[in-house]
Design a protein around this ligand. Sequence first.
Ligand SMILES: NC(=O)c1ccc[n+]([C@@H]2O[C@H](COP(=O)([O-])OP(=O)(O)OC[C@H]3O[C@@H](n4cnc5c(N)ncnc54)[C@H](O)[C@@H]3O)[C@@H](O)[C@H]2O)c1
Ligand SMILES: N[C@@H](CC=O)C(=O)O
Length: 462
Amino acid sequence: MTVIQVKNPATGERIGEVKVNTKEEINEAILRGHESFKTWSNVNAHERSKLLKKWSDLIQNNKEDIARVMTLESGKPIKESLGEVDYATSYIDWYAEEAKRLYGRTIPANTESKRIVITRKPVGLVAAITPWNFPAAMMTRKAAPALAAGCTFIVKPAEDTPLTTIRLIELAHEAGIPENVVQCVNGYGSEVGKLFTDSKYIRKITFTGSTPVGKLLIKNSADTVKHVSMELGGHAPVIVAKDADLDLAVDQTIASKFRNAGQTCICANRLLVHESIADEFSEKLAAKVSELKVGNGLNEDTQVGPVINEKGFNKIVSQVEDATAKGAEVICGNEYNADAEKGFFFVYPTVLKNVNLDMNIMQEETFGPVLPITTFETLEEAVDIANGTPYGLASYFFTNDYRTGVYLNENLEFGIVGWNDGAPSAAHVPFGGVKESGIGREGGIEGIEPYLETKYLSIGNL
Ligand SMILES: NC(=O)c1ccc[n+]([C@@H]2O[C@H](COP(=O)([O-])OP(=O)(O)OC[C@H]3O[C@@H](n4cnc5c(N)ncnc54)[C@H](O)[C@@H]3O)[C@@H](O)[C@H]2O)c1
Ligand SMILES: N[C@@H](CC=O)C(=O)O
C-alpha cells in the first residue's frame, strides 16, 4: 500500500498519513458517483437544502478540531484556520438557500399550438481538485453549489493537506448526504487528474491551483467535452494614488499580502505607489510589516506561519535573490528560518523597493510574504503596469478621488477589484479571474451556474 505522509510545515513532524487510492479504487468511486447521480438529482431541492444545512452545522460543531488539523497540516495561524472554517461553512449556507431558487422560465411561443418551457438540470458527476492554501473553503465552495444543484461530487485534495478535507467529507456523510454522492479520493495530482479527465462519467472538472495545471486540465477535458471551472494563479497589483488615505492603504495591503503567509491567489503581489508619496508610504508599511509575529500557527499570537514546502520556499527565495541582484533594496525582512532536512520553511515578511519590471517578482506569482514596491507618475502608467501580465484575478487600488476610482475600475483587466478594500472574498460574491487566471466564477448567484445545464422543452400540437 502506498501512503502520503502528512507533515506539519512549522516543524517538519509527521502528523498523519493517507492511503493513495489505486486506479481501480478511483474508477470505482467515479462509477459510484455516476450511478448515485440518478437518485440524488431527483431528491427535491428543499431536502438537499436541509442536508447541506446539517452539514454546515456539524462543521461548526467541530470548528476547533477542524481548525487545529488545518493549522497542523497547512501551517496557517490558528485564528486564520478558525476564520476559514466560518468561510467554508458560509458557502454551504449560501448554496443551501440557492438550491431552492433554481428557477426555470417560460417563453411565449410564436404559434397558439405550442408552449415553451425552460428548466435547469444538474450537469452530472463533478470532480474537484483542490489546493493546500485553503483546504476547507476551496472544497466547500465547489461541493456546496454542486450538491445544491443536484450534482454528485468527488474531490481530490492537495497531497500536503488532505486531512481537513477528509474530515469535512466524513461530516457530510454524518449529516446524511449519501456516501456515494460526496466522495474523497487521495493520490498524486497528475495521476488522479488524468483518471478524472479521461472518465466519460465525469461531466465537469472544477479546479483551484496553478495556471500550468489548470491549462493541462482544460486540454485533457477536451476529448470528453467536459465543463470546466478554473480558479488559477493571480498577480494582484495594489495601486496607491497620490490622494490615498495612507494608513488605510498600509493596513489593507498588509491584510491582503500577509494572510496565510502570502499564499493566497488574491494576495497583493506588487505595489504601485505614486512617486510623490512613495517614501512616506514605504516607511509606514515597513514599520508595520516588521512588527508581524512569525511562528508556529498553533501559537495564538502568530500572524505569519511557515510557507507550505521546500518548492514554495525556493520559488520565494529565488524571486528575492533575482530582485536584489537586479538592484532592489530590502527595507525589511529577507530573513529566513528554514531547515530542508527537518522540513520547515519560514520566510520573514519582506518589503523591497526600487523594484522594476525586469525582475521576476514583478512578472510571476510569488505565493509568499514578500512585497515589491515600484512607483508611477500617471494613472495610465499604473494601469499599463497592472495589466501587463497574463494574470487577471484580483487588483486593488486606494484613492479618495471618485474620478480616479472610476477610471481605475474601468481600466483594470481583473475579475475582482478592491477599492479601498484589501479583503473582497465572501460567499455571496462572484469570485474569479480573467485572462490566464481562470474561467468561471465561484460564490454568489453566479457560482451555481457552472453546475447547471439549460434544458428547453417545446410542446407542440396543442
Ligand atoms: N490559485 C490558488 O489558490 C493556488 C493554489 C495553490 C497553488 N497555486 C500556485 O501554484 C504554485 C505551485 O503550487 P502547487 O504545486 O501546490 O500547485 P498545483 O497547481 O500543482 O497544485 C494544486 C492541486 O493540483 C493538483 N495537481 C498537481 N499537478 C496536477 C496534474 N498534473 N493534474 C491534476 N492535478 C494536479 C495537486 O495535487 C493539488 O491538489 C504556487 O506557488 C502558486 O503560485 C495557486
Ligand atoms: N484566497 C482566495 C482563495 C484562493 O487562494 C479566497 O480568498 O477565497
